[in-house]
Design a protein around this ligand. Structure first.
Ligand code: ACO
Length: 366
């Protein structure tokens, strides 16, 4: 029997499923507000720890004014789990290994649990990447800033000021973004009172998909396959003719340029300048070709550059392997998942929508 296609609200587009004080995505204006402040303001110099404090404000009674020491201690605490990173686990793609290590953390709904979960992808990702390269993990240094410690745990040497600033800007930029798919997944699980670890695992599961947080790895593959600016048009046109989507373009909400792409452009250029800037110039040529072709391909649907295009270039410049890009996204977005989970717990009922049955009735099925 052919499966009847449901004509339900497609992808829940336009459906309001939560009221939040955390962030607003204004798709028409291309603006992102996080707790009353615009992303342009936050991305230019607010460290990730301060951003976590901003997101958590009002959702935990015992929130210290400066979260940096507590987050440093949380990194040191979760590092104990890295002992369970056996070769079989390390053979998986990084997001699967990180997800498995995160699943070892106890559930709970207090600040200590939330900070351990914020620390988890930051500590586990460098350990997994190093294990895959045959290198021993580097233990966290709780006295360092979060971004500086992540890069030190990844490379084994202190990071440059530009690299730390670039990663800090990235983590802040992706920390929260309205009711995106992974945040919605985290809120649904939080609404069942399963605990913050379960909510974070739901978020990570949703983030892993190529239509959400899995896009930046394929952006690098696309750039590598194109190879030179003069090949861009032919490559893109052939991909669209095969009905493929261009990774790093299009968004459910933004109908203009994704402001997060702009926030990342400065750090990308600063980091690329040290290497001559050729990679960024090439990527910008590919971006322009893609925008021109997408406009002609879908004149009625604005398809602009999204955050993932510049994420790919930034994380490549910071020497994260493309296979780990989704995990780096999780390092930032986990802060939003935790705040949304606590907001859901504070006031929300169990999330339990309805479906409309469009299958056969018992008489017809017999
Ligand atoms: N390349 C080519 N065509 C596209 C693209 C793209 N990147 N994005 C959308 N389209 C086309 C679709 O094929 C569709 O065409 P059709 O009507 O002929 O079938 C039309 O535009 C509308 O697309 P939808 O699927 O309705 O858009 P939706 O809002 O569901 O999807 C999404 C948004 C998933 C981001 C989409 O634009 C996409 O797949 N982009 C590529 C993946 C990507 O970059 N993801 C990261 C998003 S940012 C983030 O999650 C952090």
């Amino acid at each position: 029997m052919a499966l009847q296609t449901a004509s339900s609200p497609d992808g829940l587009e336009g459906v309001v499923a939560a009221h939040t004080v955390l962030s607003e995505v204004d798709g028409a204006a291309g603006r992102l507000i996080i707790r009353g402040r615009s992303l342009d303001d936050l991305a230019a110099g607010v460290p990730f720890e301060a951003l976590v404090g901003l997101l958590f404000d009002g959702f935990f009674d015992d929130l210290p004014a400066d979260l940096a020491p507590a987050l440093g201690r949380a990194r040191a605490e979760v590092f104990a789990e890295v002992a369970h990173l056996d070769p079989a686990l390390a053979a998986h793609e990084p997001v699967v290994a990180v997800r498995a290590l995160m699943a070892r953390l106890a559930d709970g709904d207090d600040l200590a649990t939330a900070l351990r979960l914020v620390a988890a992808p930051a500590v586990f990702t460098p350990a997994v990447v190093r294990a895959q390269a045959g290198k021993a993990p580097v233990a966290p240094d709780p006295a360092l800033g979060h971004a500086a410690d992540i890069l030190r745990m990844l490379h084994g040497t202190p990071a440059t000021k530009e690299a730390v600033a670039g990663l800090d800007t990235y983590l802040v930029t992706v920390s929260d973004h309205g009711l995106n798919a992974s945040t919605f997944a985290a809120r649904v699980v939080a609404s069942t009172r399963a605990g913050l670890t379960s909510a974070a695992l739901a978020g990570l599961g949703a983030l892993k998909g190529p239509l959400h947080g899995g896009a930046p790895g394929p952006v690098i593959e696309m750039l590598d396959e194109i190879g030179a600016p003069e090949n861009a048009r032919a490559w893109i046109e052939a991909a669209l003719a095969r009905k493929e989507r261009l990774m790093g373009f299009g968004h459910r909400i933004y109908r203009v340029r994704d402001p997060r792409a702009d926030a990342l452009k400065g750090p990308v250029r600063a980091l690329a300048a040290a290497k001559g800037g050729g990679r960024v110039a090439f990527a910008e040529a590919v971006e322009q070709a893609a925008l021109d072709i997408l406009k002609a391909h879908k004149p009625d649907r604005p398809l602009d550059t999204n955050v993932e295009f510049y994420t790919a270039l930034l994380l490549e410049a910071l020497a994260f392997p493309p296979s780990a890009f989704t995990c780096v996204f999780a390092m930032g977005r986990v802060a939003g998942w935790m705040a949304h989970a606590r907001e859901q717990l504070a006031g929300g009922r169990l999330i339990r929508p309805q479906s409309v049955y469009v299958g056969p009735l018992p008489l017809q099925a017999a």
